[in-house]
Design a protein around this ligand. Structure first.
Ligand SMILES: [Ca+2]
Ligand SMILES: [Ca+2]
Length: 214
């Protein structure tokens, strides 16, 4: 009986070690470097309205470095729709609460000079109960590759609730709301439209969620 008790104690010790290891596992950077394919990203022609999700363009060599995805804008002028890159149901889905305090990084290239900040977004929850988070990053994209980094901390984000087909008013994010929302990441988005000129092309590479240091 005594031997058996010792065996049980030894087993619970082993389980404690396993659970301990799980609990302290450090989150890893999750990244699309597009070096082999589009990595399940899509594009939409009308990000602020209704649009069909399509495959982005793909280049195996013109990324930063290696492969990258791109969006060719087929409308122009001040009333044009806004193109965007999106990733649904991919590695950027699920519980990302451990990334609070980390950052979203990406590299972007335009085929012309622009003057708008880069729009980076993500969505949580469901279409009924979800929220959309919005951030902007400088500098405006242009004809040289630019690297962007947005901290995943409340001060850098605004958010709105989905209400039916439309978004509610934009509010500043709080730490509590952002952290809770990161539990159920559903979609990540990067606007791909910064010029009203015809023939715009935006290229995206190295989109990543980086956990906090330490
Ligand atoms: Ca690449
Ligand atoms: Ca455009």
């Amino acid at each position: 009986m005594r031997a058996r008790t010792i065996a049980v104690i030894a087993l619970s010790g082993a389980l404690a070690l396993i659970f301990g290891a799980t609990a302290i596992a450090k989150p890893q950077t999750v990244k699309s470097n597009f070096n082999t394919d589009i990595d399940n990203w899509g594009t939409v022609d009308n990000f602020d309205g209704l649009s069909i999700l399509e495959d982005p363009g793909y280049t195996p060599t013109e990324g930063h470095p290696g492969g990258a995805i791109y969006a060719d804008d087929d409308d122009s002028g001040p009333g044009e729709n806004t193109m965007a890159f999106l990733a649904f149901g991919t590695r950027f889905t699920g519980n990302f609460s451990a990334y609070y305090g980390g950052k979203i990084k990406l590299d972007m290239l335009e085929n012309e000079s622009t003057s708008k900040k880069v729009r980076i977004e993500f969505g949580t929850g469901t279409s009924q109960g979800g929220k959309a988070f919005f951030a902007k990053a400088k500098p405006a994209p242009g004809t040289d590759w630019q690297s962007y980094s947005v901290p995943l901390t409340a001060a850098h984000w605004q958010y709105a609730h989905f209400g039916g087909m439309s978004l509610g008013p934009l509010k500043p994010a709080t730490k509590r709301i952002l952290k809770r929302s990161l539990h159920k990441l559903k979609v990540v988005e990067v606007v791909a439209d910064y010029s009203h000129a015809a023939g715009e092309t935006v290229t995206l590479d190295n989109y990543a969620w980086v956990p906090p240091k330490g």
